[in-house]
Design a protein around this ligand. Sequence first.
Ligand code: NDP
Length: 495
Amino acid sequence: MSEIQLLPKVREYLQRDHAHFIDGQYRSGTSDKRIAVVNPANGESIAHVTGATSHEVDEACQSSHRAFKGEWAQTSPYQRSMIINRLADLIEANGEELAQLESLCSGKHIQLSRLFEVGQSAMFLRYYAGWATKINGETMTPSFPSMAGEHYTAMTRREPLGVVAGIIPWNFSVMIAIWKLGAALATGCTLILKPSEFTPITLLRIAELAVEAGVPAGVVNVINGTGEVGAQLIEHPQVAKVSFTGSVPTGLKVGQSAMAANLTRVTLELGGKNAAALLPDADIGNAVAGLIQTGYVHQGQVCASPERIYVHRSQLDEVLAKFATAVKGMSIGSQLDESVQFGPLANKPQFDKVSQFLADARSHNQIICGGNPLKGPGYFVEPTVLLANDSKDRFLHEETFGPILCVVPYDEVEELPALMNDSPFGLTASVWTNDLSKALRLIPEIEAGTVYVNMHTFLDPSVPFGGIKASGTGREFGSAFIEDYTELKSVIIRY
Ligand code: NDP
């Protein structure tokens, strides 16, 4: 097993004095808030980034607002669409550099970075590019009285909201930022990205590529720092909308401060405790393989991934045996080793959190496979399958955001909606069956933003994505994003 060679330009980029990208310029830091960027495979610092001062937050907001009112407002939908497509091309052309940078900071397997952070990002951008020329209003005929033969007509216009603050987590920092970037550019908004302090540098490179693609200065700004910088951004009077992806506690704070600041629009894509139900007729081999693939992708650090698996009691032993065989064979190692199947957790706080869950599981649950953190260096844990003790088990209610699949038996298919809905979250769910009638009867009863049949976790730009209950509010993708990034203006005309 051996790691891939880092590109010389990746080595050079890591040495830069990283801070922000404001008004079309790469900026060095001016504060003493230096944050180390760490490779989670060995715990070593690989780069540094400097956090923003409140003056720099203000500069970024003023620059975005100027761009929104200025050059960007004069750019036609077709020109915006061409720019977005060029950015997609540039992301692909620089794909290996971006994939290596992102894998180094986040622990994401290099193949996954190539596929999602690069490939999917380009695909999502091209999808949004197509929308730029198709954002339309409607026409109506009002029924006002016509005393002197006058006529009336009315129309609605979809107008861009303005400056959007995109607050980005560490798990898919490029792809999630691109969702917000594509939506903002397609609708004519400008965007300020605040990356996670754990994955702060790849988005600075994306901002450079955006300028190379023709995005005018100020339309895409990036400011770095801790949550404090995010909080300042949200409260800035020039910010018209906040699009946040991250945890429930932070999401609640973000929602409250956005509303309190200026009634700022906010969409929240938060966590999940996603249920998968295997109906008695399911192909067990396919279901187990599918749940391992989607439950352990990026070491389970995916908000849409399954964490609770409901299995008919008559099939429990067979399912557990299949999980144990498949999981025990998984190779664990560096994210830069193409032959490895399972990399490190993304950062030390995440490793500590998941290790705590595993310690609790070793004391209280029957562990089918895995269950241990690995000795350092690096933030590795074993992919784990465990059995729930009862319906109150914390592994059925608390999001671990790690590679911990909790299996629980059920007796009757009719119980499934109540069991699956027994959660504060409602992001995704899946039903595994060959009986489409049964699946179609269950779907309306399941409380989740997305229900999959015979699959889980995958996202496509044409299909709206978002949560209900504590999993958030608002939708990304499809045409649903238009509502969140535009204001509806009514125009009434007498003639
Ligand atoms: P957070 O929700 O704490 O952070 C998400 C983003 O918000 C980061 O950029 C963070 O900056 C920023 N932030 C933190 N505090 C504030 C604030 N008061 N105002 C504005 N922005 C703020 O998630 P973490 O990254 O710490 O991850 C913790 C947990 O969140 C995970 O274990 C997981 O359960 C969940 N999570 C969910 C994700 C999802 O896709 N739904 C993605 C990632 C995490 P900074 O990083 O500098 O603190």
